[in-house]
Every structure is written in structure tokens, then in C-alpha cells.
Ligand binder design. Sequence first.
Ligand code: ADP
Ligand code: ASP
Ligand code: MG
Length: 836
Amino acid sequence: MQVLKFGGSSVGTTDAISKVIAIVKERVQKTPTIVVVSAMSGVTDQFILLGQTAAQGNEAYQTMIQSLAQKHENAVLALLPSTQQASALSMVKELIQEIQSYCATIFNERTLTLRMQDCLMSYGEILSSKIIAAAFEAEGLDQVWLDSRKLIKTNSAYTSAVVDRALTNQTIQAYFANPTNQHALYMAPGFIASNAEGHTTTLGRGGSDYSGAIYAASINASILEIWTDVSGMMTADPRMVQNAKAIPNISYHEAMELSHFGAKIIYPPTILPVMHARIPLWIKNTFEPAHPGTCIENESPKDSNVIRGISSIKDICLLSLEGAGMAAIPGFTKRLFDALAKKQISIIIITQSSSEHSISVGVSVQDTHLAKIAVDAEFEEEINLQLLEPLIIEKELSIIALVGEQMRNHPGVSGKMFSVLGNNGINIRAIAQGSSEKNITAVVEAQDVPKAVTLLHEAFFETGYKQVHVYIAGVGNVGGKLIEQIKKQADYLQKHLRLQVNIVGIANSKKQLINLAGIDASHAHDWSDQLSAASSRNTHAGTIQDFVNAILEHNLPNSIFVDITANVTVADTYAQLLSHSVSVVACNKIACSSAYTHYAKLKALASKHHASFLFETNVGASLPVISTLNDLIQSGDQVHKIEAVLSGTLNFVFNNYEGGKDGKSFAQVVKQAQDEGYTEPDPRLDLGGTDVMRKILILAREAGHPLEMESIKNESFLPASCFNGSVADFYTELEKQEPHFKQLYDVSAAAGCKLKFIAKFESHANEKMNGMVTAKVGLQHIQPSSDFYHLYGKDNLVLFYTNRYPELPLVIKGAGAGADVTASGVFADIIRAARA
Ligand code: ADP
Ligand code: ASP
Ligand code: MG
């Protein structure tokens, strides 16, 4: 014989029930079959609400009964041919009348005891099983309806009754031993049973699975199949982890651990009866019957998977007892457990510190209050003597469990678990490993669960790829190019670096667009249209805090915030982001060139919270200036001097300005640079030297010198009058100052030189200035013999003089401005952060 159990979603609609009929039709040909069914999905909840409503004296309960009646009548009408509907409809009517009179009593008495609730809930399974039985008959499948209330016997713990296995075995076996009861197909309601007095009981929410297992074990079935709406037990809850996969084979013990720690797919007590009887248990999908599903059997498969699955339980609270006198209290642990057991509080995890000065137990949140009273009462004397502190309670926690029997043969699983969680800023409140080493559990804050489970799944199951979530602030020229580049390179990254880079948020100064499934960047302008259509932020324009709040709220693993603005408010959010383990990739130079203490703080936060803080494009766009410098320092070199042309803008300007000979004024050349995207939004930041000062400052800092902006000498060539007013005023003034620029040019040209804006940093080693550090920026006349002379277009050139490169410097040269190259530098930082 075999037992097939169909869950609520498999009998939730008439379409689904038709699928059930087709499956049963095929399976029943092989061997006699017991079909166990749940109530139609949602119905048990509706019955609970119905009872509560009636007990509150609320007339609305009548409408609830009507809607339940309607739902079941509709199922009859859709499943049965019209000639056979009458008797089924009158059966439904009769049951609805019973429900009605039962509810009238509840309404009049204004009470709903657990016993009454069980009786009411049982109608869910009675209705569904009788309707499906009628549908079987209509399809020519003769069946016998089994009254599970008579066959499955329990104690009187209403709503979660404990099955008397011996008595139940006897009853079921006696039934099937009777030759008049031999049939090919039986239909049984799941979930329901009765106690010694014959009152209806239920086996706990989700208990139909258990009914299936009890029937299977009692008749020693060849197989128990649990048919549901997913293709097997999965490596993680599929509602939480997109990439969860069906587990083909799993041991009873592993399945038991997973369900015990929250995998809703199977009701935890289900496994024990079939495990003892060695009956293979299969999880199958009603909506995809050809899929093999999961086979749960005795042995854990000997494959390479050390971890079989991940599950989690929410609504946990941690109770901790602490006190210096704890070790001295004899029988302490026993007393704690007994105190909880007396109140029927089940302990989900236990951890004890090795010093024996504290013990923590995780219990369900609804037991918290009771637990506090029970434990404080048990230890009242010790608390009064100050040997112990009163029970400490922490709420809003969850348990995450990694399960796998092979774990005991593979050291390092817990290390990997904790580094994955720790590196992503997830705080672990407690840990425990079962002594059988089939699971490792961690207590974490409830809000971190989806992130933690996704990360662990990625680490243990998705050797395939790592998902990275990118948020971009500032989507002008550079941002637009970046989005294009990411899109173009997506396949490569996935194939070669195993990275799946998803842009999940973009924002400009007024609006933001968020799509956690990934913003569709397939058409270059799709995202910008969507962004324009998005509503404006709540807070005043220009603040980025809404965007940052959203990032922190999403709490996605491997999140990277990319700042392509030149905005101080945006730079001010880095500390908050890094503190939450969100990596920051900054094109914006403001943070790194702010006060040294702030720069150092951001670096420390990044390191503390295992996030990356990268800003390669702060100097030389995508040229590998900072990364080279980091490599030199990390490998033990020392930088004495840096000389550089660091402004692509200024280089462009001085390469294109010929003292007005070609008819172009200095102002016109600057305007051209701005139009071509080579300047900061306010070109004075470039021309006045601030931008170059920031860059040499950042290089000096990265070389290990705590320099401040104020200590950099700026020999500005821009007349002071140019700094007044708006950008438009600046251009007018620039035009007026043409003679000044012409003279600069003429003097240099007369000496056979070119004008270049040079930045220089030096750490002096001579006697007079030993240990002193100087930095300056300014316009210089460059001879043809200099490295800087042959520097064209918007190129940058950086010369590093170091211990290893003392005379002939290490040279980095190339385009140092432009949207495309800057975007590619940002992109490279994103990849670095993603792979860190
Ligand atoms: P039924 O109504 O068939 O009894 P349930 O809703 O009780 O079905 O259980 C199936 C659901 O369990 C799935 O739809 C899935 O969302 C959820 N689930 C949670 N964890 C897992 C897991 N590890 N594997 C498969 N499903 C899981
Ligand atoms: N109908 C019951 C419930 O919803 C039992 C089950 O579906 O397994 O909990
Ligand atoms: Mg279920």
C-alpha cells in the first residue's frame, strides 16, 4: 500500500484538484492507495477567524460562513458533472448547517475554547476530503472515505494533540485487517483525530503531513508521498532565496533538522514514524508531477555537499541567566530546564559560555512572559543573594540553521558560516552546534535573516556566482556610461568572475528608482525614463538620506553604494553606509580630501565592518594611480616624492590655448573643456587648483602621510576676481582677463616652454628638513627635456619616486578625464569591492 498526501495548495482550487485526480488515477493502478488531504488553502485560518468573530459576539461571523459555503459549493459545481452535483451539494449544505449551529452556540456563549476551535477547524478537512472523494467517484475512481477522527487517537491537548501511536496503530491495523475493508482507494482527511472521550482534536498547524505519516507507518506502506506546490525540499526557503534548489536526496535526520528549524515544507513530527518504519518519504510537486522531487530516506547521500540545507525560525527570544555565582549552584541547568518544561515551554537552542557564568536558551517569543516568571521564581533565592541576575530577555531574534550530516567529517563549516555573516555586518547573538554535529545554529536579529540566509546559501550552494547589489547616486554623463558598461559586461562577469552585478537603485538629486529584481538596463534609456517618471523624494531636494535609508532597509547582501556626484551631502553618508557593511565606491573626492581624521575614520569603519571603501577615480580617472600606490606601500616600498600632472582639464586647457593666436580666447577653451565633459560642474575647482590639491592630498595620504588640505601650497594662476559670482559670471570675468592669460602663454612660449599645472609632494630626507613633508600645486614652464612636456590632450602623468624607483620614477600615463574612462575606473572599483 502507499499513502499520498496532498496539501492545502494542492487542493486549493478546482484546477489543482483536477491535477490531484490525474495523479491519483495513475498511481492507484499500481497498489492500494490512501489519499490524505488538507483543507483547501486558507480555510483553516478562516475557521479560526470565524470562531473568534462569533465568540466576540460579532454578527459578521454569518457572512464568513456564507463565504466558506460558497467556496466549497463552487468547488462541487466546477468538479462534478451536473448530474452528480445534487448529493454533493446537499452534503456540503448539511456540513455548513452543522457549522452554523456550532457557531450559534459560540456566539451565544461568547466563548471559544480550544476544544471548540478544534471541532470548528476539523470541518476544513472534512469538507475538502468529502468533495474530492465525490470528484474521484465522478471520475470513476471508487473510494472509501476514512474517518480519521475514529482511526487516529490522541491525548486531549487540543490544537496540538499528541498521537497515541500504539492505540492508533492498533485501530488502523484492525480496520485494514477486516476483509470487508479491502479497497483500492481510500480518502482520509488529514489534521484531525480524536481523544479518548471521542472529542475531535487536531495535530497542530500543518499537521496533515503527520496524518499521512501515521497512516503510512501503521499500514507499513511502501512509500509516503507528500504532494505540495514546490518541487521538493529545497536548499533554503524559496520565498527567501531566489536560487534555492530542490534537494534530490536527503536523510531522515537531515530533513528532520531542517523542518525542526523552520523549513515549512514538512511538519516536523512527520518524519519520525516513517523513519522508524524505514518508509521512503518523497516530496513531490502537484503542479509539476514529472519532476523527481526529493527522496527522504535513511542514508545521507555521499556527495560533495557538506551542507544539505539552510532554514530559519523567526520570532525567537533569547533568555540569558548570568551571574558569578552560577557555577556554584548545584543542579543549576536542570533546574532551569525543569522550570521551563513545567510550563510546557520548549527550548529551541541552548548555549553556555565555557566559563559557566552564563547560559542562554532560545524559546518562541510567545513563551517569553511565562518563561520570565517561571525562571525568576525558580531562582528567586539565588537572585536575592545576588548569585544570579534576573533573567535577561532579548527579543526580535531569529535562528538560522545549517544542516548536513557530512558536517562532522568536514571541519571549518562553522568558521565559514561566521566569517560569511561577520563580513557582512551580521551580528551573531548566540551559537550552538548539536552534539551529533548535524547542524550549526546561530541566533541573529530578525531583520538580518533574509540577508543572512541568502549569503549562506551563496557561500555553501552557489559556487556558481555571487550576487552583487549596486546603488548608484548621480546618473549624469559618467553614471550613464557606467550603467551601459555594466550591462555590456554582465555576461563576461558572470562567466569569468562568477559575479552577477545587479543595479538595484539609481538616484539623482531629486528622484530615485529602486527595483530589487534589478533595474532593467537593457535599453540605454529605459532607466532614465523610469527615473524621470519616479516621484520626487519626500525630503527636500538634494538630500540623499531617503536613498540611503532604502539601502539600509533592504539590507541586501554584497551591497555597493556608488557615488558619482560631487556633492558634500552624498559624501556625508559614507560613514553610515560603511557602518552597515555597505561598500562605498566614490568618484566624489570630497570625503577623501576632507579633514584627515574623517578620511581615517572612513577607512577604519570600512575595515571594521568588512566593507570596501574605494576611490580610484579620485585621481587620474581610470588610471591605476591609487591601486599602484597601494601595491607599492603594501609590498614594503616607501614613496619619497610624487610629481604629477593630475588635471586632465588643465592639461586640455593649456594644450589647446595658444595665447589667442588661433582666435580662441582662454575662456573659449575652458568652455570647450566643460562642454566636452572634462571639468567639474564648476570649472573654478579645476582652474583654481582645488581639484589638483585634493588629488595630491589623497595620494600623500594613501602614501601614509596625514596631510591636510591647508598645508598644500597653491600657486594659483587664476586672478582672484574670477572666483566671484556664478559660473556665468566667471566666464565673463575670464573673458575680461584674456590679457593676463595671453601674457602667461607668451612668456612661456618665448622661453621654448609649455605651461603645465604640476602637483608635487615630497617627503624630505635631507638634514635640514628630515621627515618634513611638503606639497604644492602651480603652473610651471616646462622644458622640452621634461617628461611633462610631451603630454597631450587630457592626459595625466604621475611619477612615483620610491626606494625601489629612486632615480628613474615609476610612471603612469594616460587619459585622466572623460566620462567613459572615469566610468570604467568606477566599474573596476565595483568589481574589486564585489570580489573582496
Ligand atoms: P502544503 O499546503 O502543501 O502543506 P506548505 O505551504 O505547508 O504546503 O509547504 C510548502 C511551502 O513551504 C512551499 O511553498 C515553500 O514556500 C515553503 N518552504 C519553506 N522552506 C522550504 C524548503 N526548504 N523547501 C521547500 N519549500 C519550503
Ligand atoms: N489545514 C491544516 C492547516 O492549515 C493542516 C494542514 O494543512 O496540514 O494547518
Ligand atoms: Mg504543509
